[in-house]
Design a binder for this molecule. Sequence first.
Ligand SMILES: Cc1ncc(C[n+]2csc(CCOP(=O)(O)OP(=O)(O)O)c2C)c(N)n1
Length: 383
Amino acid sequence: MTGAALAALLGRHGFDVFTGVPCSLIEDVIAALERDPRAPWIAAAREDAAVGLAGGAWLGGRRPAVLMQNSGLGTSLNALASFSLMYGLPALLLVTWRGLGGKDAPEHVLTGAITPGLLDLLGIPHRTLARESVDEQLAWAAREMAARLSPVALLLPPGVLETVVAGAARPASTVSGLRETRVAPHARISPDVLSPLISRREAIAAAVKQLGDEPVIHANGYICRESFSVADRPENFYMLGSMGLASAIGVGLALARPARRTVVFDGDGNLLMNLGIVSTVASLRPANLVHVVFDNEVYGSTGNQASPSRDVRLDAIARAAGYRTVAAVTGADEVAGAVRAALEDAGPHFVLVKVTTEEADVARIPHTPHALRDRFRKAMARP
Ligand SMILES: Cc1ncc(C[n+]2csc(CCOP(=O)(O)OP(=O)(O)O)c2C)c(N)n1
């Protein structure tokens, strides 16, 4: 079977969002997906970000597949455990099996030996693809995902796919309908020095006041809790674990539901943990994404340890990457204005909100992960 045939088969089994990090064993699969105008390949910076993106896409009504090398399973462990498995979010994990039987470059040998064991430990059902049964294995994976509401893995050993040497030219990927034409990013408000004026909860309250029924993906920690205390809504997705992934989940949802705005409430520590996402956003340019970062310059939820954002302007990083608009604000009125402007205009937008380290005394999120998933997905299914 060729990579192009496998890509076509994935489409026939209903998979319609493809993301991940490449491995040479699936070079031809990815090349075929890059050429597919209906469900083009979304290049993630890390495998765990791809897992987040796939979850966001599923919440938006799609059937995602994450393609990765088995080394990427290690990178994805926390995303799989505290996001996909905890909430119960279906995704096909198509994992190349480097190091199988100890015959590979040294860096693959140990991971190759423990790959099925890692999936077993996580409780992710898996099968190994064989050339003559790819179709049945994909049907099995699609069935299991739907029945379990959970990720399912197919391991792809070397030799199952034929290698096509020709190196066909890859067209520039176009995500039809999801992209804005490239325009120079511009700053809305960007003073050199930003002194926080309000607390994170006050800033969240000012932002929430601007919202209608837009979905908001929340970074973990007190951002969730304080937002919950301001206003709980079915359109709020509270990320309980999986630190760093709110932005990736937001990108997946924004791409899956291009007609709707997707808002991300991020933290500085969360964004820095998954900084590659700014390049994914700037490259895909989802016009409907509003990325708000509440920057208190500390890891507030774990005791106010200093974060590098004390010395590094995150808005400058977003601007350099190529978000369409970038704002950096401090006061409640400015927060409201920046969020309102972002909701009214084509993005992607980045709003940096410098806030104090003050933490409100607020309760934990009372909803179970499955309840959060179900009410959120239902809210996303509404037109
Ligand atoms: C992988 C991982 N490492 C560490 C933690 C512990 N942790 C939970 S919230 C948090 C801080 C988040 O910082 P930030 O995004 O800046 O938000 P803040 O709490 O300051 O609002 C940390 C380190 C975690 N949940 N997951």
